[in-house]
Each structure stands twice: as structure tokens, then as C-alpha cells.
Write a protein that binds this ligand. Structure first.
Ligand SMILES: Nc1ncnc2c1ncn2[C@@H]1O[C@H](COP(=O)(O)OP(=O)(O)OP(=O)(O)O)[C@@H](O)[C@H]1O
Ligand SMILES: [Mg+2]
Length: 257
């Protein structure tokens, strides 16, 4: 069953229309990724779904509840939470205080149990008295995600979870998202620049371009479609290293140039 449904959503900023009739579905316990070029409207889709900007046309529902005109605080009460692309922690609060802020909406024993956060991201326990603003970009991403999860959401919207992470930590972040889904049954909708890696862990994906749906398929099918790979994933040859003439050139030849 679809948890989040957006149909023919038109939205934007001021008088500028950015989304020109976007459709989106996220099923229960699904991982869904939106990819696309810079400025395509990916973050805008998240903002309109979460009620941060208004939906000019179309409908958005969570389960059977119409949330088209809901504010973000009302949407949050329905089990959806959102980690924005930027400014996603309170920089002057400590790690522990950020988590407390995340938990304010839920007054359950689970929401006040920090052990699951420390288990998932041990660095956060080590730094629990450190101000969030002094943490590295990657550590802030871990904190932002953990704070959002304190509400025990049914659906997590996360905008660029791998942003600011060192390359060797990017894959780790995607593994954690899969782990979160497995452990908590939380459905995840993410926007990602690391499109290939994100689609590899996704049940389904959408390619958004210029505010419109371009492609929609399972994560693996999108990775396999030449048109998608060529236009949006940096080329087909990445996927077919073994047959690429570029890949056949020994690495040291590049290094010498
Ligand atoms: N607050 C805003 N006010 C006015 N225009 C905005 C605002 N936020 C975004 N836009 C514009 O809306 C368009 C889509 O922006 P959006 O942030 O949704 O793109 P995106 O696909 O998330 O891009 P990126 O990959 O760079 O994060 C862009 O042209 C952008 O300049
Ligand atoms: Mg964005």
C-alpha cells in the first residue's frame, strides 16, 4: 500500500512554478530515491510533500489522509519526518541536546532511549557533549538523521544524506539507511547526487528533470537503462567497465599525463 502519494503536484516559489505536475509514490517500508540534475526540483518535491511550501495544484496523501494543505507540524504528527539538505542540526546545541529536540514530539520510552543512536553511530556517543556546529559535515549528517529518527517515523524524507561525507563513508551511509529500514520498518524517500549508489539500495527510483517526471522504475532497472545512464548517471561506460576502451587503459597512463 502506498504510504505517500503525490499526484500531479504543481508548486514553486513566489510566482515561479518549479514543479509542473509531479507524481510520486512511496510504499510502506520502501526505499525510494529521486535523482536528477541540479535545479531539477528534487528538494522542492520534499518541501511540498512535507508542507513547507504550498501545493498549488494536485494532491498529496499519507495513507488515506489528504495532506495537500497541511502544515509541516501537522504532517509530522502523521508519522513523516524530514531531514533537509542544509542547516539540518541546531549548531549551538550539543549532540545530545539535538537528539532531545528530535524526540520532543514523541514522549515514549523508545524516544528517550539513546542507546540505539549510540549503537548505530558510535561517534555520536563519543561526541555527545560537543556542540553540533563544531562537528564535521559527515558527523552532522549522522546527527541530523538520528534526530529525525527519534520520532520513530513511518516515513523518513532525507535530502542528500551522503552530502559532505568522505567517499569511503558514502557507501556506509547507504548501508545505514538500509539497516534503518530493516530494523525500524521505516520507509525512506531520499534525494541523492550519488545516484548510482543510492539506486543500488533503492526499491524504486524517479528521475526528475526540469520539474517533471522523466523516468520511474525499480532501482536496478533505472541503473540498467542506457538512456538514464547516459543522461543522468554520468554515462554508460561506468556500468560496463570491462568493455570500455577507457577502462582498458592502465591507470598509470592517466597518472603520467
Ligand atoms: N527558496 C527558494 N526561492 C526561490 N527559488 C528557489 C528556492 N529554492 C529553490 N528554488 C529554485 O527552484 C529550483 C529547484 O530547486 P531545488 O532546490 O528543488 O533543486 P534540486 O533538484 O534539489 O537541486 P540540487 O541538486 O542543486 O539540490 C531552482 O531553480 C532553484 O533556484
Ligand atoms: Mg536539492
Amino acid at each position: 500500500m502506498s504510504l505517500l502519494t503525490a499526484r500531479n503536484v504543481v508548486s514553486g516559489y513566489g510566482k515561479t512554478e518549479i514543479l509542473h505536475g509531479v507524481d510520486l509514490d512511496v510504499g510502506e517500508e520502501e526505499i525510494v530515491t529521486i535523482v536528477g540534475p541540479n535545479g531539477a526540483g528534487k528538494s522542492t518535491v520534499m518541501k511540498v510533500a512535507y508542507g513547507l511550501i504550498s501545493c498549488w495544484e494536485g494532491t498529496i496523501t499519507i495513507g488515506s489522509t489528504d495532506i495537500t494543505d497541511h502544515r509541516a507540524d501537522e504532517v509530522a504528527q502523521l508519522g513523516m519526518c524530514y531531514v533537509p539538505q542544509r542547516e539540518n542540526v541546531f549548531p549551538t546545541l550539543t549532540v545530545r541536546e539535538n537528539l532531545e529536540m528530535g524526540a520532543y514530539i514523541e514522549d515514549t520510552p523508545a524516544a528517550n532511549d539513546y542507546q540505539h543512536v549510540w549503537d548505530r553511530f558510535p561517534i555520536l556517543e563519543e561526541r555527545k557533549h560537543q556542540k553540533a556546529g563544531t562537528m564535521s559535515g559527515g558527523q552532522r549528517q549522522m546527527l541530523a538523521l538520528s534526530s529525525a529518527l527519534m520520532t520513530d517515523p513511518d516515513l523518513l524524507l532525507v535530502d542528500e544524506p551522503s552530502a559532505g561525507l568522505a567517499p569511503d563513508l558514502v557507501e556506509d551511509m547507504f548501508d545505514r539507511l538500509v539497516e534503518i529500514r530493516e530494523e525500524t520498518n521505516t520507509a525512506i524517500l531520499m534525494v541523492e547526487q550519488n545516484a548510482r549508489q543510492a539506486l543500488q539500495v533503492s526499491d524504486r527510483g524517479y528521475v526528475l528533470d526540469m520539474g517533471e517526471n522523466r523516468f520511474e522504475d525499480s532501482g536496478s532497472e533505472l541503473l540498467n537503462r542506457d538512456e538514464v545512464a547516459e543522461l543522468y548517471l554520468g554515462g554508460v561506460w561506468h556500468r560496463r567497465r570491462c568493455v570500455s576502451s577507457i577502462a582498458a587503459v592502465p591507470t598509470h597512463r592517466y597518472l603520467r599525463r
